[in-house]
Design a protein around this ligand. Sequence first.
Ligand code: Q9C
Ligand code: ZN
Length: 348
Amino acid sequence: MLIVHNTLHRQHAGRHEMFRGRLVPCHESPDRLDHLLAELARRPVGEMVEPAAGHLDEALLAQVHSPRYLQFLAGAWDEWVALDPANAELDALPSVWPVRGFRADVLPTNFAARMGLFSFDAGTPLTAGSWAAARQGAACAIAAAQAVGSGRSRSAFALTRPPGHHAGPDFFGGYCFLNNAALAAQQLRQSGFERVAVLDVDYHHGNGTQTIFYGRGDVLTVSIHGDPMTEYPFYLGHADERGEGEGAGCNLNLPLPRGTGFADWRAALARGLDEVRRFGAQALVVALGVDTFEGDPISAFKLRSTDYLDIGRDLAAAGLPTVFTFEGGYAVAEVGINAVNVLEGFGA
Ligand code: Q9C
Ligand code: ZN
């Protein structure tokens, strides 16, 4: 297992997210990845590398995200501070969004209006270093996929932070800016795998990844998650979403109720892996969130730390070249143990 480390991840450090009328401390913190690194130091599962500094495949980025979205993200912090120098001490959060009936084709000049156009929640602060960290995380995901695509390594784990699976073609949200799993899948396609599957095991539906590939027949997206009737991101992730056009039949959602324990969760994983096999995937991307853990502060499944070893074993049994991206998981002290358990269970 090759580990690709995002050395810039600490530059993304949000202060607050909006929750029930209050700004509360961010759940998605730099400590999460630091705990994961500490656990990797205790239990080395593979060689650790860094992506080439300052290099990111812009062409690949533009195959997953829209030019105007990327342009917005690149300049957003400077625009925010230009509004008021005092903003440099604050996070930028959206507060207005274009719902049904509003126009998304016209790009307002107003910064807050564009912030809302390119986002879907007020829980994803943009800070001074968010863009640098997100770009380097994306570089990790792409480098991991390149290593697997070239045959250098049969499997690779990208230490992506901020996470990515909620980010769509032209929107951020759910603590995500760039969709690392989608970028890894796109890179695997580029490396010559004709059919690629993304299996999302984060507690939350991978709405961004689903949306990016919804009309495509070359990338299967499967997500196991809390039922969106009660769980974030609420507006996508139902079982009847099966893909459209050339992508018809190439999306599978496996929503599960709050309180689901490992036996039922594992049965859903088996169903998801069946679909990956049926699709004929030649390579696999696992969007690995560990917010399915029983101790997670914002989620409601009941997985225990030892269950993650079995998840790793089940994933390895698919027998595919595999790239892992790191997604959610907010029980900070256990994030490292749980994620490294997956890698250990997976083996090489
Ligand atoms: N107070 C990922 O796991 N906020 N994103 C829910 C909780 C959004 C989760 C409200 C959760 C986003 C990558
Ligand atoms: Zn999550």
